[in-house]
Design a protein around this ligand. Structure first.
Ligand code: ATR
Length: 288
């Protein structure tokens, strides 16, 4: 328990920062649980990142969330990394340790798995997962799927060199067989997939659609997209139309914030329909 009457302060650092949903999530939970805490959004340029992170202990901050474009650099700055941040090569949560050192964690993979756990044939079959994309989000997703004991993970990205770099750095940390396929083969690799994940920006409002035919995908396969604007991306709609189980990206956003809230304020918060609705309303309000 935190001492009562003592305000717990935490932040999110990014550049720009206006798009971040972290303040909304953390303030929702602070109110929900009646906690004496505050959460601030800090616009931190890349040049100032190290200085701002190092200032956290003296400003009595419990820690900070880290978002675009600082996730990789933060992994270089902090004093220690947890296993997932080390394997992924990126940090989205920094906590201040009692001795003032900084610990970096990556909760994106955790959020991704919590969002899809229990959906589709999750408990019956974890043989083969397919991941589109090879950016920072893809790294977290691939690592997390490997932790969940998928036997093989096939990764496809427009720029194949990035896929190869991803597998080369993550393969030593995981048992799952990571395999690379050409972006052009994306319709053909689907036939024995248990899970299909889009981590690219394709299908997001203002971006081109993901051009794909999911004809060969087993109807039991879970299809999920980390894009949440719109909630039902064209990929998810196509999957729903043929009866596949689907899960949208909003749950990942909510679940990745839970370990941060627990670290900052000492309470493991719940992801509830009320939070989801509030977030949907907020996104609709600001996303026009
Ligand atoms: P993040 O770190 O959030 O994953 P990112 O690094 O910008 O974001 O990655 C965006 C992903 O969308 C990349 O995999 C990118 O492919 P490239 O590595 O080839 O750039 C993918 N992407 C973006 N636009 C694309 C397009 N028109 N066709 C195919 N893939 C695209």
């Amino acid at each position: 328990m935190m001492p009562s009457g003592h305000i717990q302060i935490a932040a999110v650092m990014g550049h720009p920062i206006a798009h971040s949903r972290s303040p909304f999530l953390h303030k929702f939970w602070l109110k929900e649980y009646g906690l004496n805490g505050s959460f601030v959004a800090l616009d931190v340029t890349p040049e100032n990142l190290q200085k701002e992170l190092r200032a956290l202990p003296s400003k009595a901050f419990r820690g900070t969330c880290v978002t675009i474009p600082h996730k990789e650099t933060t992994a270089q700055i902090v004093d220690e990394l947890d296993e997932s941040a080390h394997a992924i090569g990126a940090v989205n949560l920094v906590t201040v340790l009692p001795d003032g050192r900084l610990r970096g964690q990556n909760t994106d993979g955790y959020g991704f798995i919590e969002n899809i756990r229990g959906h589709g044939t999750w408990e019956q079959s974890r043989k083969h997962a397919i991941v589109f994309g090879a950016g920072g989000a893809a790294r977290a997703v691939v690592y997390a799927l490997a932790q969940e004991k998928f036997e093989a993970i096939t990764i496809l990205n427009r720029t194949r060199a990035k896929t190869e770099a991803l597998t080369a750095s993550i393969q030593p940390a995981v048992k799952a067989k990571l395999q690379v396929a050409d972006w052009a083969a994306r319709n053909d690799v689907l036939k024995d997939a248990d899970v299909l994940v889009n981590t690219t920006s394709l299908g997001m409002d203002g971006h081109p659609p993901l051009e794909i035919s999911i004809e060969q995908l087993p109807s039991s396969a879970l299809v999920t997209d980390i894009v949440y604007t719109p909630l039902a991306t064209p990929l998810l709609k196509a999957a729903m139309d043929r009866g596949n189980p689907t899960q949208d990206g909003l749950g990942m956003l909510m679940h990745q914030a839970r370990p941060a809230f627990k670290a900052f304020y000492g309470q493991d918060p719940d992801v509830t329909p009320a939070l989801r609705q509030a977030l949907v309303d907020d996104i609709q309000k600001t996303h026009t």
